[in-house]
Design a protein around this ligand. Structure first.
Ligand code: ADE
Length: 240
């Protein structure tokens, strides 16, 4: 998969691309990530990319012509072009999965007060990483590419994060490692006895418990099995 990121701040991606799993995924050829400087498409001798808003008001607005040239020069019919904006659809694991199937994903990072509304016409998608406003689209672009690359990496290694929080639609069950006892806190006995049927039941129930306590909204859309309903009733009894 190819990921292209159009930004006014290419240096922000140095750390992101040169560490850990993302670096290894790129080295292994799982994906390529190209950072494109939008400023290279300014025709202005000072490389300006923004201008004052028509109609007046504070701040500067990213100009449509500069971004359009950057898009035209770096995309083709296979590109899926997504604008980073708090006005977009909210990013979640299911969107990461959808994007991970693409041949080429192009992420456009806005900055300053906003971008010329007409830029929207050159994008296929608009994505927000949550209901808060950041200073630019770079952190959203990193968050989105990180979660997408992680899924690709997984596919190549033929491992699965099928139990991840959100992959199943529920939050992940608690995990433990040695020591078995630390500061008076013990790893649940069921995880130490090697009985995989009991371990799976425990994990399912704890996953339901976490979801019920922390994100009950996720249960509304979740296709609960009869066994899940039984476990949830037990949890509610235990909570009384
Ligand atoms: N740009 C600024 N804030 C953003 C957000 N929450 N999501 C995506 N892009 C943004």
């Amino acid at each position: 998969m190819r990921i292209k990121i159009l930004t006014l701040f290419p240096n922000m991606f140095d750390g992101f691309l040169n560490e850990s799993i993302i670096k290894r995924a790129i080295e292994k050829g799982v994906c390529s990530v190209e950072i494109i400087d939008i400023r290279d498409y300014s025709l202005n001798k000072h490389r300006h990319v923004d201008d004052t808003p028509c109609g007046g008001g504070a701040g500067m607005v990213l100009a449509v012509d500069v971004v359009h040239r950057a898009i035209m020069d770096n995309t083709s019919e296979v590109s899926h072009i997504a604008l980073m904006t708090p006005q977009g659809r909210v990013f979640k694991q299911s969107v990461a999965m959808e994007l991970s199937k693409l041949e080429e994903l192009v992420l456009i990072c806005g900055h300053y007060e906003g971008f010329d509304e007409r830029i929207r016409d050159y994008a296929d998608d608009e994505i927000s990483i949550g209901d808060y406003v950041l200073t630019g689209g770079e952190i959203p672009a990193m968050a989105i590419s990180d979660s997408v690359i992680r899924l690709l990496n997984d596919a190549i290694r033929e491992e699965s994060h099928a139990d991840d929080s959100f992959s199943t639609g529920l939050l992940e069950y608690p995990q433990y490692t040695r020591p078995v006892e630390y500061d008076g806190k013990r790893v649940p006995d069921v995880l130490l006895n090697g009985n995989h049927k009991l371990i799976n039941e425990f994990r399912r129930k704890e996953s339901l418990r976490k979801t019920l306590l922390r994100r009950p909204d996720l249960l509304d859309d979740y296709p609960l099995s009869e066994e899940d309903v039984k476990m949830l009733n037990e949890i509610k009894e235990e909570m009384k």
